[in-house]
Design a binder for this molecule. Structure first.
Ligand SMILES: [Zn+2]
Ligand SMILES: [Zn+2]
Length: 144
């Protein structure tokens, strides 16, 4: 993959760059992600917090369900089209060492995305076949 990677929402009001190599690319098959993406699973691109740089309109916080540990999650969405670009703390308030999860499908170039980890596979659709050698977790692994 080349850097920076760019992406944005459906209407183009919010654009972003990713300036550092992702830490991990994964899918999550949990029922919240199925509902939030209106699809079968979400693609998460974990990047260092400072590496996600949005431009354009300011992202709006929207409820994102709760974690397995009961903490509320926030989705950051375009104020115009409502597409979710990422989760996590407010942009610019990331503590040192913070990892932000960007929605993989919002990248301009998704050709390099190769999820190597798959979470919540106990909720996955039966027709989704996971690749050999993938790191597979029935639920959440060690994240809470
Ligand atoms: Zn938009
Ligand atoms: Zn999920």
């Amino acid at each position: 993959m080349r850097l920076p990677q760019t992406g944005g929402c459906l209407c183009g009001a919010v654009r972003y760059s990713i300036t550092q190599e992702p830490i991990r690319v994964y899918t999550c098959h949990c029922t919240d992600c199925q509902r939030a993406t209106a699809s079968a699973f979400s693609i998460g691109v974990a990047v260092p917090g400072v590496a996600f740089q949005p431009t354009g309109k300011e992202l709006r916080p929207a409820p994102g369900g709760v974690t397995a540990g009961g903490r509320p999650k926030t989705r950051w969405v375009c104020p115009d089209c409502g597409i979710c670009l990422c989760g996590g703390v407010k942009i610019g308030t990331e503590p040192p060492g913070y990892t932000r999860i960007v929605r993989g499908g919002t990248l301009d170039d998704t050709s390099w995305l190769m999820p190597t980890t798959h979470f919540w596979t106990r909720n996955k659709q039966p027709w989704v076949i996971l690749p050999q050698g993938a790191e597979i977790y029935e639920t959440q692994a060690d994240r809470s």
